[in-house]
Structure formats: structure tokens, C-alpha cells
Write a protein that binds this ligand. Sequence first.
Ligand SMILES: [Zn+2]
Ligand SMILES: [Zn+2]
Length: 206
Amino acid sequence: MIIRSPRKTEKGFLVDMHIHSHFSSDSFLRFEEILLEAAFTINGIVITDHDIIGSFHLDKNTIEKEHEIVVFAPAVEISSTEGHILAYGIASVPSRELEPEEVLRIIHDEKGLAVAAHPFSELGVGDLVYDLPFDAIEINGARPASDNQKAKEAATLLELPMVGGSDAHIHGEIASCVTQFRKKIQTMDELIAEVKKGRCQPLMLR
Ligand SMILES: [Zn+2]
Ligand SMILES: [Zn+2]
């Protein structure tokens, strides 16, 4: 059965770039729940588990046939010594507790996209966004507006693109914040290219 929603076409191509599945120790979301909830309102998802690529356990082709949603993979949320870093398009996970400089070097060596996750929350890299070569700054659906305002100011000052993700860990949180792309995209390579060109923006859906 394919689940269709007329709401999906109204706002361009929407991707939640930050979702935790049960492969993260602090998430309760099974893949099936994530897909059902996301397919109702948005066009694509990225599973970004903590220090593990949970999406390796997903059958991407079957899912996309059954749910009318694109799963962009691989991606991971890396715990660096100074805070969380989202990595898109890297196929292996760096060992835990590396300095953020080293994490960014590994991501860029693999031609991946390095994003400062919720930079101004207690688990973010904070002012290091001003010193390190991030490709984009995240606006995060689970954080207060004040944190996101600081992230927006940093992105503006650094002239970096912004992406949006829900950071969902439980049912009901998926797609609270998403990335709005200007065109339909199908692969992680396309997603990375569009973000690097700045052809996207974060969008709070609730
Ligand atoms: Zn995080
Ligand atoms: Zn997260």
C-alpha cells in the first residue's frame, strides 16, 4: 500500500535531515513508525543515529516503493569531544571522542557534508562553528527558539547554508523542522550538492 498525502506537494521538496531510530540508545522509534509518520507530510528522511549508521539495516528500495518517501543514506550524528556533528554521505563512523577538527577532516576526506548539529545547545559545538570548516549549520526542531536564533546568526555571519531537522527520538516529533529543497532530489549525492550550493532552507512545520 502506498500512503499519499496531498499536503506534501504544497511546500516544495521537504526532507527531515535529523531522525533517530532505535539504533540510537535514547530513541524508541522503529523504522516502520518513522516511515509511516514521515510519509504523511514530507518527501524524504535521513536517519542520523548516534555514532552508528542505523540506516544500513533499512531496505531502501522496498521502503521507497511502499511508502512514497525517499530515504537518504548513509548519515550519522557523531559525538566529538566538543559536541555533536552531523555527517552526511560517509560510509563508516569515526571512533568516538575525537576532536571536532579531526571529525571534520574525516568527513571531508570522504566527500561528505559536515553540519553543526544544534550548535548552541549544551550538546553542540558552540562558538567552534566560527572556527571550523562546517558546510552548514542546523536549525533544530527540538531546541528552543533562542538556540536556533543564535544558529541563524552564525550561519548569516559565516555565509553558510542552513538545514533543518527534527532530532526526533519519539513518536510525534518527526518533521517538526525540515529542510526545504528547491527541486526534487533522489540521492545523498544530490542532497549534499544542493546544500553545498545553498539551494535549501530550514522550515519549521510546527
Ligand atoms: Zn545531537
Ligand atoms: Zn540528534
